[in-house]
Design a protein around this ligand. Structure first.
Ligand SMILES: [Zn+2]
Length: 241
């Protein structure tokens, strides 16, 4: 049986002198792997259309076990992003987490669309030669939204311990274990927190309420990028443990 998958090609690795396994995130079935037979031969037609970080319609014939790739129609190669070192660095940073958070073959069209939107926005940004901070903001926004879709949306409106409204200007903290922000007085009683800045809380709020495309309009100072990365790492470690 041959099936068509609208896929983002994530990675590939060689398994023999002629064959390669490809890793896809598909609209139809979530994350899947398939074998490209003969793709390592010099005249293989399939290989050129199976570059990593490409959106493509991939045809896979399935019997038992892993399917065989029988055809590919490339739809978007995200060429600007691929030739931009900042974009590539950011994409690999994002995919290193995506790889660990999304492991099973489970359909989730929302995640497919989020990943596709991320690639499109990063690609557009590369064409415009925008700053490194914008690429980092978009990447962090993508990761926080991905966590939200997986059920780890960070609570920023009220303290996750005493439930009082979080006021900006106060010394608020983030607790991955509790999935949100702790007010200054509650933070004193806990040990697992990392310091948080109000601007980071605001940004996480903006991320959760808007599309990735709008994140390139944000002007995020370097110290907030660093703060968001700290919070992200804390959250990821908590999810991944
Ligand atoms: Zn509190």
């Amino acid at each position: 049986m041959e099936l068509k998958y609208t896929s983002i090609i994530l990675s590939k690795y060689d398994i023999s002198e002629t064959d390669r396994i490809y890793d896809f995130y598909t609209k139809e079935d979530g994350r899947i792997r398939a074998i490209g037979r003969g793709v390592r031969k010099a005249k293989a037609k399939l290989a050129g259309n199976l570059e990593s970080l490409t959106l493509a319609d991939v045809f896979i014939s399935k019997n038992r076990g892993m399917g065989n790739i029988t055809g590919v129609i490339p739809l978007d190669g995200f060429i600007s992003a691929k030739t931009d070192l900042v974009a590539i660095d950011n994409i690999f940073f994002a995919l290193s987490y995506f790889d660990k958070l999304i492991t099973g073959e489970e359909k989730d069209e929302k995640i497919f669309l989020l990943l596709l939107e991320y690639f499109r926005v990063i690609n557009e940004l590369s064409q415009e030669k925008k700053s490194e901070q914008k690429a980092e903001t978009i990447t962090l926004g993508f990761l926080f939204n991905l966590a939200g879709m997986l059920g780890y949306k960070i609570i920023t409106e009220y303290c996750v311990n005493c439930e009082q409204k979080i006021c900006s200007g106060n010394n608020n903290f983030f607790s991955a274990k509790r999935g949100g922000v702790l007010c200054a007085s509650c933070a004193k009683l806990k040990t697992e927190n990392i310091q948080n800045s109000d601007s980071c809380i605001k940004l996480i709020r903006i991320f959760s309420k808007n599309k990735i495309g709008s994140f390139s309009k944000l002007r995020v100072p370097k110290k907030d990028i660093a703060g968001l990365k700290l919070i992200w790492r804390e959250l990821f470690n908590w999810i991944h443990d």
